[in-house]
Design a protein around this ligand. Structure first.
Ligand SMILES: *Cc1c(COP(=O)(O)O)cnc(C)c1O
Length: 391
């Protein structure tokens, strides 16, 4: 008998953990598994950020509780970053909140804003955490499709009257996980207008805002005139500065939404360790050379992988952001069957598209957060399996 609540016991099984179990079992048999399913950077945190952490960790003043919502220095660094990078003005007191990673913030925002039964419009395919957070908050996930034909942008005009009426929030995420899709500001303009027209709150998850290639700069949703009336944007140091384990992110935008979130958070946590916030401020105040170097590493791997996929006759568009490639499953297999075959015959983990929702069926996701030599090895094994004739 489960001791968890109904909501906890009825959470759908996380597909990633099923793959993880298979990986552990194969490794126990001595198989050298290459994991292209990872959703986190493999590169280290830049050393100037670690230096600041080490220095601040030695100051006893920093061993106390942080102010609720984050310390002044971190919030001002977020304000300056938005000013410099996006020309967006923010009020540090009411429009910025420090988070223990954006995942925490998104989950708590949902629980701070919805009542039992309320709908939350979420992209399909999409980051699986949205669905679990909605479920735990007793809400209803209301999915809208992201189609390849439409560049994985939301087709707002296709969302039914009923789905709009039962929803309170809409979630977007660009550069997008898992599809790697990116948008220009007009997509956000339409989403803001849609949200205003239908009295929805709008949430943008910008976890990959700085993980972009060449000349492409991802826009901020807050660059849309009047966006702050309805929207918040979540940012994270995790992907851009290789700081996943540090647990530091932020939310900016609409003050009422931020207020609701801060009430939940002040009853749950007391923000992040001050030296981490201060080191993150140093990262946001930096010249972003480290971020650009990271992006070059990803793009180099990306070019290599795109070429390899082409040689295998696997269709995929080259993304302008994220460290993911979203590719079509070859040969009429299901996503799951293809992923299982790659794991058992090539010892390569790729993520089946259906792990991100039913619209992900027919696709798979490759993560580029693996060193190039390992990517080469993965490619050569995949090619062998494909040539085996059963694909
Ligand atoms: C990684 C990721 C996050 C979580 O980032 P943290 O700030 O580390 O919690 C949020 N959204 C998406 C789409 C992600 O891929």
């Amino acid at each position: 008998m489960s001791k968890g609540s109904k909501q906890v016991s009825s959470l759908p099984a996380y597909l990633f953990s099923i793959f993880h179990k298979k990986k552990v079992a194969l490794e126990a048999q001595g198989v050298d598994v290459i994991d292209l399913g990872i959703g986190a950077p493999d590169l280290p945190t830049p050393s100037f950020i670690i230096d600041r952490l080490a220095k601040e960790a030695r100051d006893p003043e920093n061993h106390r509780y942080s102010p609720y919502g984050g310390c002044r220095e971190f919030k001002l660094a977020v304000v300056d970053f938005y000013q410099k990078h996006y020309r967006v003005e923010l009020d540090a007191d009411s429009e910025v909140l420090a988070l223990i990673g954006s995942k925490e913030g998104i989950a708590h925002l949902i629980s701070a804003v919805i009542d039992p039964g309320d709908g939350v419009l979420t992209p399909d395919p999409g980051y699986p955490v949205y669905q679990s957070a909605i479920h735990l908050a007793h809400g209803t996930g209301v999915k809208f499709p992201l189609d390849e034909a439409n560049g994985y942008t939301p087709r707002l005009e296709k969302i039914s009257e009923r789905d709009i009426r039962r929803s309170k929030l809409m979630l977007l995420n660009y550069p997008n996980n898992p599809t790697g899709a990116t948008v220009d500001l007009d997509t956000f303009e339409k989403a803001v207008l849609f949200s205003k027209t239908h009295h929805l709150s709008l949430v943008h998850d910008a976890a990959y805002d700085l993980v972009t290639f060449r000349d492409y700069q991802a826009p901020s949703l807050l660059q849309v005139q009047g966006a702050k009336d309805v929207a918040v944007e979540f940012g994270s140091l995790s992907k851009s500065f290789n700081m996943t384990g540090w647990r530091i992110g932020y939310v900016v935008g609409n003050r009422d939404l931020i207020k609701a979130l801060s009430i939940v958070k002040s009853n749950m946590d007391t923000s992040q360790f001050l030296p981490i916030q201060k080191a993150a401020a140093t990262a946001l105040n930096s010249d972003f050379v480290a971020v650009k170097e990271n992006n070059r590493v990803y793009e180099d791997r990306l070019d290599m992988m795109m070429k390899a996929l082409q040689e295998m006759n696997i269709e995929a568009d080259k993304p302008r952001g994220t460290f993911f490639i979203w590719a079509k499953v070859p040969g009429g297999h299901t996503s799951q069957a293809f992923a299982e075959k790659m794991l058992s015959e090539a010892g390569v983990i790729i993520t089946p598209g259906n792990a991100f929702g039913s619209k992900g069926e027919g696709y798979f996701r490759i993560s580029l957060s693996v060193p190039k030599e390992r990517l080469h090895e993965a490619v050569s094994r995949m090619k062998k399996v494909m040539k085996g004739g059963t694909m």
